[in-house]
Ligand binder design. Sequence first.
Ligand code: NCD
Length: 323
Amino acid sequence: MDISQLQLDSDGKLRHFLSIDGLNRQILTDILDRADSFLDITHRINKTVDLLQGRTVINLFFEASTRTRTTFELAEKRLSADIINLNIATSATNKGESLLDTIRNLQAMQCDMFVIRHGMSGASQFIAQHVAPHVAVVNGGDGWHAHPSQAMLDMYTIRHHKKNFEPLRVAIVGDVMHSRVARSQIHALNMLGVHEVRVIGPKTLMPTDIEKMGVTVFHKIEQGLKDVDVVIMLRLQNERMQGAFIPNQAEFYHTYGLTAERFTLAAPDAIVMHPGPINRGVEIESTVADSKHSVILEQVNLGIAVRMAILAMTIRTSGEASR
Ligand code: NCD
């Protein structure tokens, strides 16, 4: 089954949330608009609503995560869901149980939703193809493939600051090759109709045929940053590199690091974003990361409202449950 059939119901509503690819502008806009309605709640003293009351969400994180895991958990709590965080290190997947058997067992406990991060590209899609009809799957990042909730919180942060997508030039800088975030961002930015998406980095960290995704490629950061409205920096994802893709980190910073001086090439009111974790002095200068142009911590905060929107739009409603 192709990814859009898997993600959308016959009436065009979200069924699973696996990848931006296969969605459409209407769904992306609905997520952003729904996040608006949750943003007010996150500023109240009582931050909970009962939308997911009595529903069980299992967070399955097979890979390290700080921001994604914590903000998904907060989003679930603010929607009043019952939550299980499966500790993979001490679970039976370490005793040889297959991923699918783990899922089947958890499903037998009557859970309603899985939020999954996995090192293997396609893991969430694979699980979505095998869960019961009442269970929804949300991708929290799969291998190099996709990190759609990150892309949506990035789009939300951009809309928050820039209002309209159409006139924007957006540059994504660094290790595009190993970045699931960049892939999802490129799909989302193009779907939302931005004027230009640029990717900047060395040839060794640029996927071949990336132009086919609708981006302009730059190998010189000074050229690529010229007049952009949004700069998105990426970490060197060393854990995914086998062999040497760059001479060393100091050389990378020298050639591609976002310094305060280079940032002056961007539009005067440009914003700086980063999915985190940031590596100061490797892809970004500390003064830029901490400057008034930086919205890096705001991304984290807005991510809670966006993830609440994704969970609320994906969970099966009681009428659809078939047990
Ligand atoms: C990213 C990820 O895990 O893909 N981080 C995140 O979810 N905020 C990016 C990264 O690891 O560099």
